[in-house]
Design a protein around this ligand. Structure first.
Ligand code: GDP
Ligand code: MG
Ligand code: ZN
Length: 362
């Protein structure tokens, strides 16, 4: 597919990048009209072909089949090709990144959060919200997404002393993760984030309720688009339907993807601990006496040794064990689900074969 200059200008306003990925994606795309998914609903999608040009589009019939792999259905941020009438999605473009999590609930399920993002801005207040362990969890989730995590520490104006914060984040900062203390209400302070918001770039804000995501969005936009403060979950959605947009073009040129409601951040089982927030511990593990050291009670454990020597933070270590267990459990569930699917496929084929033998060609 080729894009004419005018189309390109309009797509740029909603985050179409200008790089090797874009060229590659266009080459793979069938003929049609390029659009970006800005909202996902039970009944279909809202897509955009440029700032302010949004409309509904149907999912292809294949996506509605229950056995269709959920990851191959579009989510917010995805680039799709529309049919000639521009009311149905024909195809999903290959993704440059995909952020997902384990869905809340007792059954194992993955939930796609956003696709084709460049930076995940992990928003955390420098008040009671501040929690390095939760930031580590975010970093583990972001690590495999293909996007770069950035810490945005809001309410810096309420924080007298940044020294303890820097200390608490030492392990994370040592990994090269950028952290920016800001006053989310102050445009001059928030301008430090402009480097992530260049044209063709997409960012997603994540963080707990009250962290300052809406405040930050409003300041970046220069207008009060998002309602801030304590809004009860029950009426928040209904009141916001006229202004709420999952993908917001910014005056800086990039665009921002808003994710409503992410209380729980479960791992999917596909994350890795040897890159990202716990790379330091996994690096130590190379010196453990046993290859399969669990770093709990084994003799010759380099991780325990570092802990005892005080060079490894006890809370960081405890969080590592916790997330390692959670990851193992989720990976087990994921493996079981894949095995179930493979078995269903094999059984389906066997049944097919038997029916064919009995009744000839079906
Ligand atoms: N002083 C100060 N207050 C902030 C800052 N960021 C957010 N707030 C306040 O914190 C509360 C929650 O912010 P909000 O943006 O609604 O959080 P959200 O739930 O993440 O969208 C609001 O009362 C904001 O005014 C900041 O940087 N400084
Ligand atoms: Mg909010
Ligand atoms: Zn060990």
């Amino acid at each position: 597919m080729r894009l004419d200059p005018l189309t390109l200008v309009r797509l740029r306003t909603i985050g179409w990048p200008d790089d090797a990925w874009a060229e590659e994606a266009l080459r793979a795309a069938p003929r049609g009209r390029l659009a970006r998914v800005v909202e996902q609903h039970r009944s279909g999608y809202v897509v955009s072909v440029g700032e302010g040009e949004e409309f509904r589009a149907q999912a292809p019939a294949a996506w509605l089949r229950p056995r269709f792999p959920p990851e191959q259905r579009a989510c917010v941020g995805d680039w799709v090709v529309l049919d000639d009438e521009a009311d149905e999605i024909l195809a999903l473009l290959p993704r440059r990144s995909l952020l997902k999590r384990g869905a809340a609930g007792e059954h194992y399920r993955q939930q796609l959060i956003a696709a084709n993002i460049d930076y995940v801005l992990v928003v955390c207040g420098l008040d009671h919200d501040f929690n390095p362990r939760r930031l580590e969890r975010y970093l583990v989730l972001v690590q495999g997404s293909g996007a770069t995590p950035v810490l945005v520490l809001t309410k810096a104006d309420l924080c007298q002393d940044l020294e303890p914060v820097t200390e608490a984040l030492a392990d994370i900062l040592a990994l090269g993760v950028q952290a920016h203390p800001v006053n989310a209400k102050d445009p001059a302070s928030v301008a430090v984030l402009d480097r992530y918001l260049q044209p063709g770039r997409s960012v997603v804000l994540v963080g707990s309720s009250g962290a300052g995501k809406s405040t930050l969005t409003n300041t970046l936009l220069g207008v009060e688009k998002m309602k801030t403060g304590e809004v009860r979950a029950r009426d928040s959605r209904g009141r916001h339907t006229t202004t709420w947009r999952a993908l917001i073009p910014l005056p800086q040129g990039g665009c921002l993807i808003d994710t409503p409601g992410m209380r729980e951040l479960k791992l999917t089982g596909e994350e890795r601990l040897d890159a990202g927030a716990f790379a330091d511990i996994e690096a130590l593990a190379a010196s453990c006496r046993f290859n399969d050291c669990g770093h709990r009670r084994e003799p010759g454990c380099a991780v325990r040794a570092a802990l005892e020597a005080g060079t490894l933070d006890a809370d960081h270590y405890a969080n590592y064990l916790k997330l390692r267990d959670e990851l193992a459990a989720a990976a087990g569930q994921l493996a079981a689900r894949l095995a179930d699917k493979a078995e269903a496929k094999v059984m389906g084929k066997a049944l097919d074969k038997r029916l064919k033998e009995k009744y000839g060609r079906r």
